[in-house]
Design a protein around this ligand. Structure first.
Ligand SMILES: O=C(O)C(=O)C[C@H](O)C(=O)CO
Ligand SMILES: [Zn+2]
Length: 274
């Protein structure tokens, strides 16, 4: 079963008038993983679509998505698949890849229908693509690791870059995940924004009772979302994005927009935030 929810773009002047429920309705991503289902959130920010495919030991197929009005979802799109569950397989275009926990599969424009099988929990991030690039399985051993932060500032973390120019070529998708070290709570602090690219965060490996305060908005008018395990946030181009958790966590970040330059960020100081 396939479910697709469309999220329209929101101007920051509108976002700044919103209360808790409206902020959650527009920016929180939730309920992606349900047995035997594929659930997608089709965002109008750079047409980034995020989702979850959960075959639950069986099989689910991502093929036609009415929202794109194309013969297959990936006819004019590329997609990253992150396995956040146990080992499973993903097949497309006559090829099958085995994904262990933490592995990332890149599927390029024109990959056709995608079949998800086994015990994997597959997080999906897809953006429009102008050019075909070959499919590639990127294991944890293949990614580029960047260590940032310090225990003294509670932000020591490892950034793992998978769909990233240092690893492979893509059209606009840039994707990886960041894991906090024990005792550190802050991701992406000091924070930043990048009007050229939207970003989607998806938080995983959290205790069910833990919560994360995800900050969003313009620096001078911040808002927050309270986030639980396997929930995410759509970060519009005008918004900063960062968060602090009440326990350990990892989050998957995915971007699409005008460039694929991970380091192209407009940095903000904690003192810039209100
Ligand atoms: O912890 C961090 O810092 C990040 O992971 C930052 C994200 O990757 C990001 O926002 C990239 O633009
Ligand atoms: Zn960012």
């Amino acid at each position: 079963m396939l479910n697709v929810e469309t999220r329209h773009a929101v101007h920051y002047e509108h976002a700044e008038t919103m209360g808790t429920e409206d902020l959650r309705r527009h920016f929180l991503v939730s309920g992606l993983f349900k047995d035997g289902e594929i659930n997608l959130v089709y965002s109008h920010y750079d047409r980034m679509t995020v989702g979850g495919a959960l075959p639950a030991g069986g099989k689910v197929v991502l093929d036609v998505v009415d929202e794109t009005r194309t013969a297959t979802f990936l006819e004019r799109r590329e997609m990253g698949v992150v396995n956040i569950g146990d080992t499973g397989t993903v097949s497309a275009g006559g090829e099958t890849w085995t994904l262990n926990n933490g592995d990332v599969l890149y599927l390029g424009k024109g990959s056709g229908a995608v079949t998800f099988e086994g015990d994997g929990r597959y997080y999906l991030a897809s953006a429009p693509a102008h050019k075909e690039f070959p499919a590639r399985l990127i294991t944890v051993a293949d990614c580029v690791e960047v260590k940032l932060g310090d225990p003294a500032t509670s932000n020591k973390r490892t950034i793992r870059q998978f769909i990233h120019p240092l690893v492979m070529e893509s059209c606009q998708l840039v994707l990886g995940y960041t894991t906090l070290e024990d005792g550190s709570v802050w991701n992406t602090m000091p924070c930043h924004r990048h009007d050229r690219r939207m970003e989607a965060y998806f938080y995983i490996n959290m205790d069910p009772d833990a919560r994360l305060v995800h900050l969003m908005g313009r620096p001078e008018h911040t808002r927050h979302l309270m986030i639980a395990n396997e929930e995410g946030a759509l970060s519009p181009p005008w918004s900063l994005h960062c968060g602090a958790g009440t326990g350990p966590y990892t989050f998957i970040w995915a971007m699409a927009g005008d460039n694929v330059d991970y380091t192209d960020m407009d940095h903000l100081k904690p003192g810039d935030l209100r």
